[in-house]
Design a protein around this ligand. Structure first.
Ligand code: AMP
Ligand code: MG
Length: 484
């Protein structure tokens, strides 16, 4: 077997209005730096090719057998403002069909300019691609739907940003790259038939088991709404801040992707935003559910012409679906957070909800570490510092007595908590250290150690003490940057 992927190109059946054919631009000296063997195994990707062939294919220097590469068209609301976008530095090689018949987009990120590059160079820095590789694999390890990373190839070329940096290409894998912004593009720039075609295609690709009773567009909106509510509740569970929840970065299949300025919380603060350009905190930790709801309203707006021919009726129908979000999300979030302190769904009472609120307030006031607080509650970490104080101790007593009122066996509670509370997250200072070692010293060891750990965040047998400490000085002026 000499082809890397089993390609198919169903997206191209939508017609040329949805994409532009474009070839990756070859790079000077491709070298394979990272290859995700377990992902390759999982998806039936050929592992028999040698490193130099892999480097050539996954940098775009050699076209993968069966590939018909394209850049996808999309638009989006960026920080609230509508704009035309499209793949400016990502090229879709095709859809790989895994042995179980599933379909996976194979995309090269940083593969050179496309018709949608505007003033961009179509390239990506090694540092940003390593960061995306690490965090996307961490999210997958955390049990959260995410794009996956198959490989990082260094290009041997320089990329010009604020300073000169090394370039790289990431191979990104997703169920698809269809986004809210794809629908906004079709609504704004294409014919109603195209919007309809996209809707039916997306339903068939991502929600094949859902019966469309009457209205395909409303059915899709409802499905995406459910997926997104679940996804955001999961982000909140682990303290993940996406950082740039523009509608072009919201996947229709409910996967986390586009790991630009994302970061994990250390101390709990719902107003926390790490992204250097998010000066108003639009995408702050605690605002993510509101933004997801706002993004879904953009999807609804895009779908209006095919929800009903009468606009007022269409708006009414869409609003009814959109209005499900707050209560659905609250229910999912409450269940998630209750599980983090040992209560299953049927034992959630007003007292449990008050108990959670009290804990969140306490964490915020004490600037307590989000991850480690839950590990202390479940008994994995021994209480020290602020956890030995009266307020935390009395909270624990209240929680324990509520557990016994609910008739919950402590061991059972622990078991459930272990599945909700990761032993470690990719902490910002650890991530930066690992990236520094690769970029400055060509030393992959710290990166691989961290990667190996964050891929298995619930492993009870592992000793993660080296990765569990929050940074000594908190997050200080830690900031993340977009599009690098
Ligand atoms: P992002 O913030 O990564 O979601 O990207 C927003 C838009 O900018 C997308 O259309 C990207 O394709 C485009 N973009 C980001 N970086 C570059 C680059 N270096 N060259 C060309 N286009 C880019
Ligand atoms: Mg994007």
């Amino acid at each position: 077997m000499d082809s890397l992927f089993h390609f198919n190109h169903s997206y191209q059946s939508l017609g040329e209005a949805f994409f532009k054919k474009v070839l990756p631009t070859p790079v000077g000296a491709p070298a394979l730096l990272l290859f995700n063997h377990s992902l390759a195994l999982e998806l039936g990707i050929n592992q028999e090719l040698n490193q130099s062939v892999l480097a050539a294919i996954l940098s775009g220097n050699q076209l993968a057998a069966g590939s018909t590469p394209i850049a996808q068209a999309y638009a989006g609301h960026q920080f609230g403002y509508f704009t035309m976008l499209g793949d400016g530095r990502a090229i879709l090689l095709g859809e790989h069909i895994s042995p179980d018949g599933k379909r996976w987009d194979i995309q090269l990120k940083g593969a050179g300019p496309t018709p949608y590059s505007r003033r961009g160079d179509g390239r990506a820095t090694l540092r940003a691609m390593l960061r995306e590789y690490l965090i996307s694999e961490a999210m997958h390890g955390l049990g959260i739907p995410s794009s996956r990373s198959l490989a990082v190839v260094t290009t041997g070329e320089k990329v010009f940003r604020e300073e000169i940096q090394a370039g790289a290409v990431l191979t990104r894998i997703m169920k698809s790259h269809i986004r809210v912004g794809t629908f906004e593009y079709a609504r704004q720039f294409l014919k109603t038939e195209d919007l309809e075609k996209l809707t039916l295609y997306t339903l068939e690709r991502h929600y094949p088991d859902v019966k469309v009773e009457q209205n395909a567009a409303l059915t899709l909106l409802e499905q995406v709404l459910h997926q997104q509510a679940r996804l955001i509740a999961n982000w909140m569970r682990v303290g993940f801040i996406h950082g740039v929840m523009n509608t072009d970065n919201m996947s229709i299949a409910g996967e986390t992707f586009d790991y630009g300025p994302c970061a994990f919380l250390n101390s709990y603060d719902p107003t926390k935003a790490f992204s250097s350009i998010d000066t108003n905190g639009r995408y702050a930790f605690g605002n993510q559910p509101n933004i997801a709801h706002w993004n879904l309203s953009c999807l609804a707006n895009a779908l209006l012409p095919i929800i009903h021919s009468d606009t007022d009726t269409a708006v009414k129908m869409a609003t009814e679906v959109l209005n499900q979000f707050p209560s659905l999300y609250t229910q999912l979030y409450t269940a998630t957070m209750a599980a983090k302190i040992g209560f299953d769904e049927k034992s959630i009472s007003n007292e449990v909800i008050d108990l959670l609120k009290e804990l969140m307030q306490w964490m915020q006031k004490e600037q307590a570490d989000y991850t480690n607080t839950f590990l202390t509650i479940q008994g994995t970490l021994l209480p020290s510092g602020t956890y030995n104080g009266n307020s935390f101790e009395s909270w624990m007593e209240k929680r324990n007595s509520l557990l016994s009122v609910a008739g919950i066996n402590v061991d059972k509670a622990k078991l459930m908590m272990h599945q909700q509370n990761p032993l470690l997250i990719p902490r910002n200072h650890r991530v930066e250290e690992a990236l520094d070692a690769v970029v400055a010293n060509n030393d992959l060891r710290p990166f691989n150690q961290l990667l190996q750990a964050v891929q298995h965040p619930y492993d009870p047998a592992a000793d993660y003490s080296a990765f569990q400490e929050p940074p000594v000085n908190g997050d200080g002026f830690y900031a993340t940057y977009c599009g690098t």
